[in-house]
Write a protein that binds this ligand. Structure first.
Ligand code: SF4
Ligand code: SF4
Length: 164
């Protein structure tokens, strides 16, 4: 898996123009069954992919934390939200709360998440490939294919299955 992760930025760069064109066309005329196809592609890919062998999202990017995420996670540590913020978070250029540093401080050496049950919504949903109206998050997906091997494979499969 590590070899795949190491090669991913280059592979994604090679596909970038293709992907950009594909998503531009998809956005103009998304097929009626797009949500259904994405759900299928997402499920098929994650049957093959073991995130515990990867954890590249947790190692390289980290999520943004909503107010609800902060309240829930702080409570699990028996901290006040403000104490949790001071200890673990910072505000980024988009004014969102994000981790002070990556790899994520909650990621274990065995790739397990120590706050899995209360983890941020963004972690639960990453790489968002089963999201409804997937064409609306194409810019995010263009970035995610360089981080997430599953997202990369899903987009490659998508281009084969959906004729735009
Ligand atoms: S979601 Fe993607 S980047 Fe994150 S661990 Fe799973 S395969 Fe790796
Ligand atoms: S909170 Fe857990 S799932 Fe989210 S980035 Fe950190 S280790 Fe990964």
């Amino acid at each position: 898996m590590q070899d795949i992760i190491n090669n991913l930025p280059k592979l994604a760069k090679d596909k970038h123009n293709d992907n950009k064109k594909f998503f531009a066309k998809l956005k103009k005329k998304p097929p009626k069954n797009l949500d259904y196809v994405m759900q299928e592609l997402h499920e098929e890919e994650f049957k093959r992919t073991d995130c515990l062998e990867c954890a590249n999202c947790c190692k390289t990017t980290g999520p943004l934390f909503t107010d609800k995420d902060i309240e829930r996670i702080a409570k699990s540590f028996k901290l006040k939200p403000q104490q949790f913020i001071e200890q673990y978070l910072r505000i980024d250029e988009d004014n969102d709360y994000v981790l002070q540093s990556v790899p994520c401080v909650f990621l274990g050496a065995d790739n397990y998440c120590s706050i899995y049950d209360v983890r941020p919504k963004a972690c639960r949903e990453f790489p968002h490939t089963d999201r409804k109206k997937f064409q609306q998050i194409s810019n995010l997906t263009l970035k995610n294919v360089a981080i997430c091997p599953a997202a990369f494979n899903i987009v490659e499969e998508m281009k084969k299955r959906i004729k735009v």
